[in-house]
Design a protein around this ligand. Structure first.
Ligand code: GN1
Ligand code: CA
Ligand code: CA
Length: 251
């Protein structure tokens, strides 16, 4: 029996008791008062059971239940995937200097030197160098030219003195310079085909064209010139023009 039926039965009994009490009150002196149908039997019976009431409305949503106890500790999870590669770290400090390596094997012997240069001299405009190899005038001139220069052409006292000092300081006595009268006897020219002009440094009694075949010129350590045969093989002095500097390089 549910609660609703209990309440209906309780109400029913209360009504029955009240009906009996009222009947006793109104029907107790039936002899002196007109009776009614209700009181004729002096009994009050309950009426028939009523129809079933309508279905009640649904109850409200219940309150939120209490928080349950903490669950058991779960199992250890699977290992995660491999992470992305990290950034390259900073460059480490410079390591200590290694030990000196072993001495290498000797290299092959060098070839015979082509030219022995007796130092070098220079002015603002030119370089000079004496080649200590005995060459004819023609071969000496070729040596200088294939290196971008020519046999030295002293055109003034300053350059002549420089070359003379160079010869003597090198312990030498004579060198070919770039002067000759190959083209026309007695008409001396520089190797660039320019004639001697305001300057020459002939030794006393030179040029004498001794034996009629002296068409090339040497400079002695004194700075004096002498005409000699061109096939003579002696040392020689080359000259090279310096590259002109730009305004920026001069600044
Ligand atoms: C030399 O050696 P000798 O005297 O023949 C020189 C000439 C000079 C001359 C001056 C190869 O000739 O050029 O003019 O002395 N020849 C050589 O006396 O040096
Ligand atoms: Ca001559
Ligand atoms: Ca001579």
């Amino acid at each position: 029996m549910n609660g609703q039926k209990k309440r209906q039965l309780k109400t029913y009994l209360i009504l029955a008791v009240l009906s009996a009490l009222l009947a006793r009150v109104f029907c107790s002196d039936a002899d002196s008062h007109p009776t009614t149908d209700v009181c004729s039997t002096n009994t009050i019976l309950p009426g028939p059971k009523g129809e079933k009431g309508e279905r009640g409305n649904p109850g409200e949503i219940g309150k939120l239940g209490k928080e349950g106890p903490m669950g058991m500790k779960g199992e250890k999870g699977d290992p995660a995937d491999v992470g992305d590669q990290g950034m390259i770290g900073k460059i480490g400090p410079i390591g200590t200097k290694g030990e000196k390596g072993c001495k290498g094997l000797s290299g092959p012997a060098g070839g015979k030197g082509k030219a022995v240069i007796a130092g070098i001299r220079e002015t603002d405009e030119k370089y000079y160098y004496i080649v200590k190899e005995e060459r004819s005038y023609r071969d000496a001139l070729t040596h200088c030219r294939i290196r971008g220069g020519t046999l030295a052409m002293p055109r003034d006292e300053a350059s002549n003195s420089l070359i003379a000092d160079y010869i003597s300081k090198s312990g030498l006595f004579r060198v070919f310079i770039g002067v000759n009268d190959v083209e026309k006897e007695g008409q001396f020219m520089y190797t660039d085909n320019t004639p001697l002009q305001n300057y020459s440094s002939w030794k006393e009694s030179e040029p004498n064209d001794a034996s009629g075949h002296e068409d090339c010129v040497e400079m002695l350590s004194s700075g004096a010139w002498n005409d000699v045969e061109c096939h003579l093989t002696i040392y020689f002095v080359c000259e090279f023009m310096k590259k002109k500097k730009t305004d920026l390089q001069r600044a």
